[in-house]
Design a protein around this ligand. Structure first.
Ligand code: FAD
Length: 508
């Protein structure tokens, strides 16, 4: 176990000495080497959002799950239990959720990557699965499981996120309509915790993830629209055909830049550069992405033809702008890892490590058009930077026992409204064109949008939320608040874990 100490708080020092006497630990910057220490310290107070920067007092770099349980056991049984503790996976939160001001940050990536893949035998009744450490990245699990022709069923768009980090939230992508979020695809966890619990109830040291046969290739299709109702109508058509369709997403295209940046990983030549400037107002377009798995090995043709037929059959039922449909065939790995290419592109232009004032919301189908109008009223389409994702999920793929707050189903009508949209306004704030005042302005507008969308007719709920007060959190969980608070009281009564979520005030 390595422990880097950043302040001379006596209680933390005693804690470290008590814990680490048999293990390797770092007591002073000199033991660690000044450059490593600075790197560790700054990484623990940094995340992808680059909006919140809270420094911990200490960083633990465990070598095994045992180091974590040692820390937590000792911590809760001692007078040091006032010190907050946060697990940090890949640190890709936006608003400091994995930070712990004056507390201890546990860097989960220091545990050696440990992945065991079990492939179900033909004579076996069980399922294929992978046992994987909480700090492992999804891309590492993909690489390992593909060696046996397997892969997890449910994904996030970006794969350099940790298992524990996304299982603390949900884990959503274009496969969610079919298999549910990542938290619906977990068979076991090693640590007492509650899935989707925002890191509030324990630290995930190991998870058993359901696997399925991986296709060799994917047919990846994009179709364009200039009418919102037609766009959402087609998206809802696609998610009603899980036997044919393997992935459905979509995005709003407010300007030329947005079209180009979202197309970096899409290797087809888009012969489409629409006119965004109408006489009276800016014109906005919409794009659906869907994919069909292709299990055929390269070179042979029978199945390939049939997956092309599937795409043809689906496309015939859609109502995209005439001739504005593009399709490519890519390897399954490249398809799942598509955002990496965008990352590399942005990095090369110095546009990755900049502030990201993101806003993600679940919006019921009944409120999606009004929400889209609200979004567009609050952005300036000409200079908006970053993708605006929008795609449907199905309510019955979510386990109601997890802590994710989905919007309540509208009452009345014929039965429960199944479709809920996820909308991600994934905005970048380039300091060259958007300085501090501008970033504050975006954050203020995000709050206004979220508040307007949560109240009244739209009835949305934030995903990956960061609310300013306990009252807001109570509102966020709604009728599930009491259950969430009871779980916290049971698993973390002193309110030590994941202070960066800002949900529970500390008990002193
Ligand atoms: P961290 O930021 O390190 O931690 C997040 C929270 O989880 C913290 O509260 C932390 O304390 C807790 N935590 C971390 N590890 C553990 C653990 N082992 N046990 C218990 N608690 C833990 N999300 C989607 O759903 N779909 C997407 O397509 C998607 N795409 C993204 C693309 C990018 C470029 C980025 C930056 C984020 C994206 N996200 C997406 C959001 C992402 O899923 C969450 O921010 C997730 O929490 C990040 O994982 P992480 O490992 O970086 O977590």
């Amino acid at each position: 176990m390595e422990f880097a100490l950043f302040c001379t708080k006596v209680n933390i020092l005693i804690l470290i000495l008590a814990l680490c006497s048999p293990c390797k630990f770092i007591q002073s910057p000199m033991d660690y080497g000044p450059s490593n220490l600075l790197e560790t310290k700054s990484s623990a107070s940094l995340d992808f959002g680059r909006i919140v920067f809270n420094s911990p007092s200490a960083v633990l770099r465990p070598q095994s799950p045992r180091d974590i349980s040692l820390l937590l056991t000792f911590h809760s049984a001692s007078s040091f239990s006032k010190v907050a503790v946060a697990a940090r996976g890949a640190g890709h939160s936006i608003y400091g959720q994995a930070q712990a001001i004056d507390g201890i940050v546990i860097e989960m990536d220091s545990i050696p990557s440990d992945i065991y893949v079990h492939k179900k035998r033909d004579d076996e009744s069980g399922v294929s699965y992978a046992d994987v450490g909480g700090g492992v990245l999804w891309v590492e699990l993909l690489e390992e499981s593909l060696k046996l022709g397997l892969a997890p069923r449910s994904w996030t768009d970006y794969l350099y996120l940790s298992i524990g980090g996304t299982l603390s939230n949900g884990g959503i992508s274009g496969q969610t309509f079919k298999y549910g979020p990542q938290i619906s695809n977990v068979l076991q966890l090693d640590v007492v915790t509650v899935l989707g619990g925002l890191g509030q109830f324990g630290i995930i040291t190991r998870a058993r993830i359901l696997l399925q046969d991986a296709p060799q290739k994917v047919k990846w299709i994009r179709a364009f629209y200039d009418d919102f109702d037609t766009f959402t109508g087609d998206q809802e058509l696609l998610v009603s055909m899980p036997e044919l369709v393997d992935y459905v997403e979509g995005f709003i295209v407010p300007n030329e830049q947005s079209l180009l940046s979202t197309s970096v990983a899409f290797p087809a030549h888009l012969g489409f550069m629409p006119d965004f400037h109408h006489v009276s107002s800016a014109k906005v377009y919409y794009c659906i992405e869907f994919a069909v798995h292709d299990f055929q090995a390269e070179g042979t043709s029978a199945e390939q033809v049939s997956s092309s037929l599937v795409v043809e059959k689906i496309s015939k039922q859609m109502s995209y702008m005439p001739s504005l449909v593009y399709s490519v065939e890519v390897s399954y790995f490249d398809f799942l890892n598509r955002v990496r290419m965008e990352e590399m592109n942005l990095r090369s232009r110095g546009l990755w490590e900049i502030p990201h004032p993101w806003l993600n919301m679940f919006v019921p189908k009944s409120g999606i058009k009004e929400f889209k109008d609200l979004l567009l009223e609050n952005i300036s389409p000409n200079d908006f930077e970053g993708p605006i994702l929008i795609y449907p999920l199905l309510r019955d793929k979510w386990d109601a026992n997890t802590s994710v707050a989905l919007p309540d189903a509208p009452t009345g009508g014929d039965g429960v409204e199944q479709v809920v949209y996820i909308v991600g306004m994934l905005r970048s704030a380039n300091p060259a064109s958007c300085a501090a005042g501008c970033l504050d302005d975006i954050l203020r507008r995000n709050r206004q949008i979220a508040e307007a969308a949560s109240a009244g007719r739209i009835g949305g709920k934030q995903y990956l939320a960061h609310h300013p007060s306990l009252l807001h959190w109570r509102d966020h969980f709604g009728r599930h608040w009491n259950r969430f608070a009871a779980r916290k009281n049971l698993f973390d009564p002193l309110g030590v874990l994941a202070p960066g979520q800002g949900i529970f005030p500390r008990v002193h």
